[in-house]
Design a protein around this ligand. Structure first.
Ligand SMILES: *[C@@H]1O[C@H](CO)[C@@H](O)[C@H](O)[C@H]1NC(C)=O
Ligand SMILES: *[C@@H]1O[C@H](CO)[C@@H](O)[C@H](O)[C@H]1NC(C)=O
Ligand SMILES: *[C@@H]1O[C@H](CO)[C@@H](O)[C@H](O)[C@H]1NC(C)=O
Ligand SMILES: *[C@@H]1O[C@H](CO)[C@@H](O)[C@H](O)[C@H]1NC(C)=O
Ligand SMILES: *[C@@H]1O[C@H](CO)[C@@H](O)[C@H](O)[C@H]1NC(C)=O
Length: 327
């Protein structure tokens, strides 16, 4: 009876799992309470988009992460200035670089000194922002050390290693300009609404489908009325009437549960929650497999048997197999 619900749960878990990727892609790096905070060093680790123009033609867009220190960025791309990019000389930018800058964005490499030292040196050289290239493919959350000079009036953004390599390659023979902005997370994500509609749509379809199946079963039962045994009718009758009742309640409960689940998924996304999700998905998968086996088996026995008593046997066998799993 709950098989349709289970199936719907399975589908929704699959949708959630496959969509969590795109849900996170445009997301903002979450608040981190582990890294210490103090005045001048209390920014959130926000996601920063870095579209680039090579010789005036828009090319790639890189994604970086803002540091604890430095100025906050614009949230709209149209408000972000297109600014020329310059490679620091020396590239680690641990001393004030030799570059003659007039508000360019400066590209520097990680290492040899602290992030705040680099940012201060870049500000002294009149850079309008500093892009720090990581020495690994992942991003790194830039924090400040205990005695750092935190009077930094330019934005500081960390970029992954490959972005740095590409940018340096472009700068070899072309003029590269960048725009830095940090999109705000909308209060209600379109993806969230879309997923919710999908969840509700699935459960509605499931309900219509099972109601339709129940009606078909009732019609078939009417046909069998004349030549079937009483016991058979009794069990079938109880099954058919219980069918729709349980479905409606579970459907409503499920919609409520799924809505709460989606809110939790978006608000409290964490590694532990993903583990819970995977476990639930495994349970759903096992149940789905069970359903398939039962259906196959009953179809096989149905087609190889001509007697109603054998049908009943299959039915009982199926119930025995399904009941321990159906909650
Ligand atoms: C863009 O450039 C103008 C003029 O140079 C400046 O006043 C403004 O602050 C800049 N905006 C950003 C976001 O850097
Ligand atoms: C760090 O300093 C050494 C020695 O000056 C230099 O060879 C190296 O390239 C520097 N590292 C970075 C990331 O610039
Ligand atoms: C990257 O740089 C940091 C700081 O200089 C260093 O601790 C780390 O080992 C480096 N990682 C790699 C993969 O070189
Ligand atoms: C930075 O700009 C100021 C004002 O335009 C100028 O006085 C100063 O010399 C510049 N610094 C460098 C390192 O070019
Ligand atoms: C710049 O050099 C790269 C290879 O290093 C090449 O693919 C590209 O076409 C060059 N661009 C210009 C404008 O010369």
């Amino acid at each position: 009876m709950d098989m349709y619900i289970d199936r719907a749960v399975c589908i929704i878990f699959m949708v959630l799992l496959s969509s969590s990727g795109f849900g996170l892609a445009g997301d903002i790096v979450h608040e981190d309470d582990v890294a210490p905070k103090r005045p001048g060093c209390d920014n959130k680790f926000v996601l920063v988009k870095v579209p680039i123009w090579v010789n005036g033609v828009q090319s790639n867009e890189y994604v970086g992460v803002g540091g604890r220190f430095g100025l906050n960025l614009e949230s709209k791309e149209k408000h972000a200035n297109h600014t020329r990019l310059a490679l620091a000389d020396p590239p680690d930018c641990c001393r004030t670089p030799k570059n003659k800058l007039k508000g360019e964005v400066i590209l520097v490499y990680r290492g040899n000194c602290s992030f705040t030292t680099k940012a201060n040196a870049a500000e002294e050289a009149n850079a309008s922002a500093i892009l720090i290239i990581n020495n690994e493919t992942e991003l790194f959350k830039m924090v400040c050390e205990a005695n750092a000079d935190l009077d930094i009036k330019i934005p500081a953004v960390m970029l992954p290693q490959d972005a740095g390599e590409n940018l340096e390659g472009f700068m070899g023979n072309s003029t590269v300009s960048v725009a830095l902005y940090s999109p705000k997370r909308p209060a209600v994500d379109i993806a969230e609404v879309f997923l919710w509609l999908m969840a509700v749509g699935t459960i509605l379809c499931g309900s219509f489908w099972s109601a339709w199946t129940a009606r078909e079963a009732a019609i078939e039962q009417d046909k069998l009325l004349k030549d079937a045994s009483e016991e058979y009718l009794l069990t079938e009758g109880v099954g058919a009437s219980g069918f729709v009742d349980i479905n409606t309640t579970s459907a409503v409960l499920f919609v409520v549960f799924a809505s709460c689940f989606l809110v939790m998924l978006y608000e409290f996304m964490s590694a532990k929650f993903i583990v819970v999700l995977v476990v639930l998905f495994c349970i759903g998968g096992v149940e789905g497999l069970q359903t398939c086996f039962v259906a196959l088996l009953s179809w096989y026995v149905y087609s190889s048997s001509l007697y109603p008593s054998a049908n009943m046997l299959v039915h009982r066998y199926c119930m025995c197999m399904v009941l321990p799993f159906a909650s």
